[in-house]
Design a binder for this molecule. Structure first.
Ligand SMILES: C[S@@+](CC[C@H](N)C(=O)[O-])C[C@H]1O[C@@H](n2cnc3c(N)ncnc32)[C@H](O)[C@@H]1O
Length: 408
């Protein structure tokens, strides 16, 4: 497994809006993707050696005890030159990925806006709220080093954040999300079909859907359903809608709105999905929005969340420290807090019956035949995924994604 390489950028799925990339841009994306994988597979193990051989003994000598918390570990490790070298490079791959994606989009912005408008204008499947107030926690930070985050608009009909998100997803995930970036959505569908074979949702809400990469597999799996992709970033929603239309989806509505302030009737949905969403909210927002989602679910409806698994009492201190990295160096301020929150308490407090809660893991799903079969195992967050269920992996079978939820 140590020698597996990621797929190449030219193998990513294309549609009518896909931004053009020239030779140098393509080479840059491939370089950054490979650097991500190299840092994860070859360089990162050296952090553990640095910890065991240098940092821990030095800590013990100075403090007269072993490190007891992940904060102890972080304070000690952040001064270690090997860790600094790895962390700086990892941060740099993200910054470069953001700048490279923006560069690709910005140099053809007018053309892309024009194309997006040709799919968006006059469609009742797209709603943009010009008055929407960006939630305070979202407006405070450029999430994962994305300049302007998800919501910033600098020109009319702006799509930059959405187009950049799609273009660079391949680099960020090292190709582990399949050729259309929809590995998460595909994994969710596999889980739902396998675990709840009789479930036939008619109205599905994907909260914090971004550009809808992981929403579209839900629409594929339930073509009779009306699917709503809601997001607080207008450029994400515009791009997501145009992309979905370009790919031939007409059963997905894209709504620009704050999930804490949605304009749907009580009991409107029989499935509410979130995918990699809660770690980018706040302690207050998560509690408030979960209650609202409970209200929006119809009796018998499914609430399903794919997220970072929480730390368990037996999660080793070193793993806790490693998994918190994004909170400190990747502009993910809520990431660390989410690791120690009790998500079941949250769901119960939102109104769900404790007897109807569940959690589990599902294999990341790449589109067979598009990328090498081991692609799904190259994720930057491999160390997190390994915690999400104790199923033994076959070689190349992929990593497990953690999910939890409940029935109303
Ligand atoms: C990490 S992205 C995940 C996107 C998508 N679920 C996916 O799997 O690609 C989180 C998204 O949540 C959105 N978001 C954050 N707070 C929100 C809120 N209160 N209401 C709606 N969307 C929100 C952000 O704009 C962003 O697009």
């Amino acid at each position: 497994m140590a020698n597996t390489l990621p797929p190449t950028f030219d193998r990513t799925g294309r549609h009518a809006l896909t931004p053009a990339v020239d030779h140098d841009e393509l080479a840059r994306f491939n370089f950054l993707t490979n650097l991500n994988v190299h840092l994860g597979q070859q360089v990162s193990p050296g952090n553990r050696s640095a910890y065991e051989k240098r940092v821990k003994p030095a800590f013990k000598k100075a403090a007269g005890r072993d490190p007891e918390t992940r904060q102890d570990l972080r304070k000690a490790m952040r001064n270690d030159p090997y860790y600094q070298f790895w962390a700086a490079l990892r941060r740099n791959t993200m910054e470069q990925r953001q700048q490279s994606g923006r560069h690709v989009v910005l140099r053809q912005l007018d053309d892309l806006i024009g194309k997006a408008k040709s799919f968006n204008d006059g469609k009742d499947t797209l709603k943009i709220d010009g008055q929407m107030k960006v939630p305070r926690y979202l407006a405070r930070v450029d999430n994962h080093c994305m300049p302007g985050s998800y919501y910033t608009e600098v020109v009319a009909d702006d799509i930059l954040a959405g187009a950049n998100y799609e273009t660079g997803l391949f680099v960020t995930t090292a190709g582990s999300m399949s050729s259309k970036g929809d590995g998460g959505g595909r994994a969710i569908v596999n889980f739902v079909k396998k675990s709840f074979a009789d479930f036939k949702p008619k109205r599905i809400l994907d909260l914090g859907a971004g550009i809808g990469v992981n929403t579209l597999p839900l629409a594929d799996a339930f073509p009779e359903a009306e699917v709503f992709a809601v997001d607080a970033g207008a450029p994400m929603v515009r791009w997501g809608h145009a992309r979905a239309q370009a790919m031939g989806y007409d059963n997905v509505k894209f709504i620009h709105a704050d999930g804490d302030n949605l304009d749907f009737e009580h009991g409107s949905f029989d499935w509410i999905q979130t995918t990699m969403f809660w770690h980018e909210t706040s302690t207050t927002a998560i509690q408030s929005m979960m209650k609202k989602m409970f209200d929006l679910l119809a009796p018998g409806g499914l609430f399903l969340n794919v997220e970072q698994p929480n730390f368990k009492p037996d999660t080793p201190l070193y793993d806790q420290f490693t998994r918190d990295w994004d909170a400190w160096y990747n502009n993910e301020p809520f990431w660390s807090k989410l690791h120690v929150m009790d998500v079941f308490e949250l769901v119960k407090n939102a109104g769900f019956d404790p007897r109807k809660l569940f959690d589990g893991g599902t294999e990341a799903d790449i589109e067979q035949g598009q990328f090498q079969p081991w692609s799904s195992t190259l994720s930057r967050h491999k160390h997190e995924l390994k915690d999400s269920g104790d199923v033994k992996h076959n070689q190349y079978k992929g990593e497990r994604w953690y999910l939890y939820g409940g029935w109303k």
